[in-house]
Design a protein around this ligand. Structure first.
Ligand code: ATP
Length: 397
């Protein structure tokens, strides 16, 4: 229908990017993104004539949004981006054709379009084949694509996590080589991609990519640092693998959809360990106050990434309480959490039900009294977060 309106005015309209990819994958299509040869002013005039609401917040990037018959649509003028390799944001330049527009897109699976109303399918870079092979690949040479916009490297990891795809070897190689270029990207853009990655069905896939390519070292160096040497201290678990497992446990326990802050806290709960590691004369390892150190490190990184204050506080508190994720499924190693505490909390049941989360994990936690105290800590924690949230909401208003 919208296509007919544009055609009536003499313009092309194509469904493009995410919705085409998701339709092919039979995933739920959320936003309808279109691309057109109409300039933003013309697009705005057309949408004003046929949409209930129109918004122009993206007009600087050539995007006009609207509510068309109850569906959210965004229409962007064909683009052919130019990049300022020193500066931090793409420079907007309009393209002459659909091909120009698809060429500047990040991955082949995102560079497909369907014309409306004609339903002509346009896939110049083999996106369909890459979907069949479950592969993330850049349309052009990956190195120059990442030089144009280094954020695409994070997006590759994000899509791998969201779609469960693998990154094609040449693209992956380029990510390894180009990882330091991420320093040209603003904290906000990095944060937004990191958040999307963390909210994916399996963030661990994306996190491994970030760590293995050296991208994580650029904005969250504590994560690769968790791979501290373990062999010489055989009794100590692998903190990196353990952290990823705790994240997966936390995800398995989500009942109300993805919980970003719990996921971040799960991933980072042990980041104070490398800094606080001490090897005793007999070869035993200790990590005194790694919860405090971890909370401090998490606060620092999250502030750098410009997370809202309440989010920084919530993650910091979760780490300092050193909450351990509870509800290990069958076959999970006992011993991650003191089993007596686990049993107590399972019995105490109801009050902790909504938490899914429990208590300190350090090995000295062995008794019921401590579990009780920690359960109280958690209530205090929830209250505090609720207050922080309310304060933040008020400020926003
Ligand atoms: P989601 O809506 O879940 O974030 P999406 O695929 O719609 O997924 P967006 O980030 O909204 O992703 O981007 C929309 C489209 O714009 C992408 O499909 C891609 O074609 C293009 N795109 C977005 N960011 C970039 C970028 N940095 N470089 C090149 N193309 C991009």
């Amino acid at each position: 229908e919208l296509g007919r309106v544009f055609a009536g005015e003499g313009y092309e309209l194509h469904l493009v990017g995410g919705p085409v990819r998701d339709a092919v994958l039979r995933r739920r299509v959320s936003d309808l993104d279109f691309t057109t040869d109409a300039r933003p002013e013309a697009t705005e005039a057309i949408l004003r004539g046929c949409c209930q609401t129109v918004w122009t917040t993206g007009a600087d990037f050539g995007t006009i949004g609207g509510l068309f018959r109850g569906e959210q649509v965004e229409v962007t003028t064909f683009r052919a981006d130019a990049y300022d390799r020193v500066g931090r944001n793409p420079i907007v330049r309009y393209g002459d054709s659909l091909e120009d527009d698809l060429q500047r897109r990040d991955f082949t699976v995102n560079a497909m379009a369907v014309s409306v109303p004609g339903h002509e399918f346009c896939d110049p870079f083999g996106g369909l084949g890459d979907i069949a092979r479950r592969t993330i690949r850049t349309p052009a040479a990956p190195e120059s694509s990442f030089a144009d916009d280094p954020l695409r490297m994070l997006r590759a990891a994000r899509f791998a996590a969201q779609l469960g795809f693998a990154v094609e070897p040449a693209t992956l190689d380029a990510m390894r080589r180009m990882a330091p270029e991420l320093s040209r990207i603003t904290a906000e853009r990095i944060r937004d991609e990191f958040v999307k990655l963390m909210l994916a069905p399996d963030p661990v896939v994306g996190l491994r990519l970030l760590v293995d390519t050296g991208l994580a070292a650029q904005f969250l160096p504590e994560l690769p640092d968790l791979r501290m040497e373990i062999d010489e201290h055989a009794q100590h678990k692998d903190v990196y693998e353990h952290s990823l497992q705790v994240l997966r446990n936390a995800i398995a326990l989500e009942t109300d959809g993805p919980d970003l802050l719990l996921r971040i806290a799960a991933l980072l709960h042990d980041i104070g360990k490398p800094e606080t590691k001490e090897v005793a004369a007999g070869g035993g390892v200790s990590f005194h106050h790694h919860d405090v150190a971890g909370a401090r490190l998490a606060r620092r990184r999250m502030r750098e990434l410009k997370f809202p204050k309440a989010d920084v506080q919530a993650v910091s508190l979760l780490i300092s309480l050193h909450l351990r994720f509870y509800g290990y499924g069958e076959g999970d190693e006992a011993g991650w959490t003191d089993s007596a505490v686990r049993r107590y909390v399972t019995d105490a049941g109801e009050q902790l039900d909504r938490l899914h989360v429990l208590v300190r994990s350090d090995c000295t936690t062995r008794n019921r009294r401590k579990a009780e105290r920690l359960a109280r800590d958690y209530d205090a924690f929830e209250e505090r977060i609720a207050r922080l949230r309310a304060a933040e909401d008020l400020r926003a208003v």
